[in-house]
Design a binder for this molecule. Structure first.
Ligand code: AHR
Length: 495
């Protein structure tokens, strides 16, 4: 059996893990809002019309920043359509997904949901068909004390206290030709700078995310980001990254090695941030906001054919996808010093860990790694030196069989390990150079009958977790056996 040693030291800290890397994304797309979180006619609906079964499951993910209302949807959205008396809100043609938008769920419903779920609100303004002034007005509606036009409107709509939305995205994927209002980098930079100034003049406490490249394959990759950051200067607190990964060639070893490429994307984007900071002679460094990430390639149904809540991109996830999701989170933790926010795209029905069918709910494979890591997220990310066998993947370079990250939380050490081997268990030897590992507080492992095994409404627990406590301790080191194609999260006692 292959054996790998994971060397750690408590002083070798990368940085505190920002809880906001466990964020989500709720877009007005397909059945994410309607028939997803919000369905007043469901047997599960609460007094606000939200589905308690969905919310109950989402609570287990312990999500933080919840990005809303898009996505591509945001670039055609006029926020004033979604406030006030629901019976008087307009139904509009939605162009990004060719759907009908009834506007029954809007800003105030979203904020109420954030309160219910303890989510940090994160709004994307419309820099496609909208104006910088419309964006500024939304900040006033959400954040200012009553006494001026838009803040008074919020009070009239039932919320005397401000909503305190501190995180705002300056548009969505504006580098993509598919985006409503797509423009070249310099033009976007001007619009974003104008919006940012007015938004921050309205509320100095907000933080802003500038639109970065929406993928590593874009022809303007890196150049777009440099131009935007240079022009925006200190107004940009974060730059966004997006990434959807795929296993189109049905090559599992290569697919599982995609972590190399995710690490690299993060490091490249951080390099641009540092370059611009130096070039602008600025004291301020922009950090990374990975505000859309997931696996997405099978379901390409993106045309809503003029329907309300059509079935769009309802991807079905399998075991290998779940291991890739764990790989994303491992990469964010390994770069805890620069990745400050990340949003799993999305949360229900649309490329999501949860699927609804009528009043039924299915937990998909990718739900599990997120839940396993989110509950162990407090503390400081530690650097690790991994010594063990690996393989050369066909497009993603050389990787070790074990992909790992770890977080030190006082006298507890959270360790996350994926075994990428298709059919061999692996031994992991965890060594804390400046201390001892004495006991396993708790642990769980995720696996399934094959890489392509997926949960369904008929077999909902094919890919699921089971307790993992069989860790042996000798000379202050922890030693355990990891099943092939598995992801394990454990909390060890460190002294
Ligand atoms: O998450 C689905 C879509 O993917 C988003 O609306 C868009 O930003 C991205 O291209």
């Amino acid at each position: 059996m292959k054996s790998t040693t994971i060397h750690l030291h408590r002083q070798f800290q990368i940085g505190p893990v920002d809880p906001r890397i466990f964020g989500g994304f709720l877009e007005h797309m397909g059945r994410a809002v309607y028939e997803g979180v919000y369905q007043p006619d469901s047997a599960h609906a609460d007094a606000d019309g939200c589905r308690t079964d969905v919310l109950h499951a989402l609570r287990r993910l312990n999500m933080t920043a919840m990005r809303y209302p898009g996505g591509n949807f945001a670039s055609g959205y006029h926020w004033m359509d979604g406030i006030g008396n629901p019976s008087q809100r307009p139904t509009v043609r939605e162009l990004a997904w060719q759907s009908l938008e009834s506007n029954q769920f809007g800003t105030d419903e979203y904020i109420r949901l954030c309160h219910t779920m303890d989510w940090t609100p994160m709004l994307t303004v419309n820099l496609g068909t909208g104006t910088p002034e419309e964006a500024r007005n939304w900040v006033e509606y959400c954040n200012c004390a009553s006494g001026t036009r838009y803040a008074d409107l919020r009070t009239a709509n039932g919320s005397r206290s401000p909503h305190h939305v501190t995180l705002w995205c300056l548009g969505n994927e504006m580098d993509g030709p598919w985006q409503l209002g797509h423009v070249p980098a310099d033009q976007y930079a001007i619009q974003a700078q104008q919006a940012a100034k007015m938004m921050k003049d309205t509320d100095r406490s907000i933080e802003l995310v500038a639109c970065g490249s929406c993928g590593i394959g874009m022809t303007t990759y890196m150049d777009w980001d440099r131009r935007v950051l240079e022009h925006m200067g200190d107004l940009a607190d974060y730059i966004s990254l997006h990434r959807y990964v795929a296993n189109r060639e049905a090559n599992t070893p290569d697919y599982l090695a995609v972590t190399n490429s995710i690490d690299r994307q993060i490091e490249e984007m951080d390099a641009v941030c540092r370059f611009v900071q130096a070039r602008n002679r600025s004291q301020k460094r922009a950090y990374l906001c990975f505000d859309e990430w997931n696996v997405w390639y099978r379901n390409q149904q993106m045309d809503g054919a003029g329907k309300h809540a059509p079935h769009l991109i309802e991807e079905v996830y399998n075991l290998e996808d779940a291991l890739v999701v764990a790989g994303f989170l491992n990469a964010f933790i390994r770069h805890a010093d620069v990745v400050r926010i990340a949003n799993l795209a999305q949360i229900v029905n649309v490329i999501a860990p949860l699927l609804t069918r009528g009043d039924e709910l299915l937990v998909q494979s990718i739900f599990h790694p997120f839940a396993m890591m989110s509950k162990r997220r407090n503390g400081f990310a530690l650097r690790s030196a991994v010594e063990g066998p690996g393989y050369a993947s066909s497009t993603n370079g050389y990787v070790r069989y074990l992909d790992t990250s770890s977080i030190l939380d006082g006298d507890k050490l959270h360790v996350f390990i994926t075994n990428r081997s298709l059919n061999e268990p692996a031994i992991a030897d965890i060594a804390l150079a400046d201390g001892r590992l004495d006991a396993c507080v708790n642990g769980e492992t995720l696996t399934g009958p094959s890489a392509t095994a997926a949960n369904s409404f008929e077999t909902p627990d094919l890919v699921t977790t089971r307790p993992f406590e069989s860790v042996n301790f000798k000379h202050g080191r922890a030693r355990c056996e990891l099943p092939p194609l598995s992801f394990t999260a454990m909390t060890l006692k460190a002294s």
